[in-house]
Design a protein around this ligand. Structure first.
Ligand code: DCM
Length: 130
């Protein structure tokens, strides 16, 4: 079975996307990603997405449309991403170095992780809403 990492392309309804700067591991630290993480054994993707956003950002999200399908990651992992909105809480960097809300003009001002870059390009057309 495929090993799955889920990610949230969190939009603020004002045309901005939430980017999160990784703190670890050393080879990824400083790079920017869509928040998310590994799906636990027996867990479904949606539950993992909500759990990871709560753990990493302290917010409850509602997931909308999936962005593409299985995006390649290193090893046996694939990354699945959904557009999402915050329905409770204000995002805080609980596990990341920093968070940024990026406008359409700023979307590529951060050093996205290689796996995330094509996904952010795919999200570009959806900044208006989900
Ligand atoms: N990952 C990624 N982009 C994301 C989320 C995760 O490239 N938006 C990668 C980084 C790790 C792996 O997936 O190698 C597992 O992520 P985590 O350590 O956050 O569970």
């Amino acid at each position: 079975m495929k090993k799955v990492v889920v990610g949230a392309a969190i939009l603020d309804g004002d045309g901005r996307l939430l980017a999160a700067q990784r703190a670890e591991p050393p080879e990824l630290a400083g790079g920017w990603e869509l928040p998310g993480g590994k799906v636990d054994p027996g867990e479904d993707d949606h539950t993992a997405l909500v759990r990871e956003c709560l753990e990493e950002l302290g917010v409850v999200v509602a997931a909308g449309t999936q962005v593409g399908g299985d995006w390649p990651l290193t090893g046996d992992y694939v990354l699945r991403v959904w557009l999402a909105r915050i329905i409770e809480g204000e995002p805080e960097a609980k596990e990341h170095l920093e968070l940024r809300w990026l406008t359409a003009d700023e979307l590529f001002d951060v050093a996205w992780l290689p796996a995330d870059l094509p996904i952010v390009r795919a999200v570009q057309g959806h900044l208006g809403g989900i």
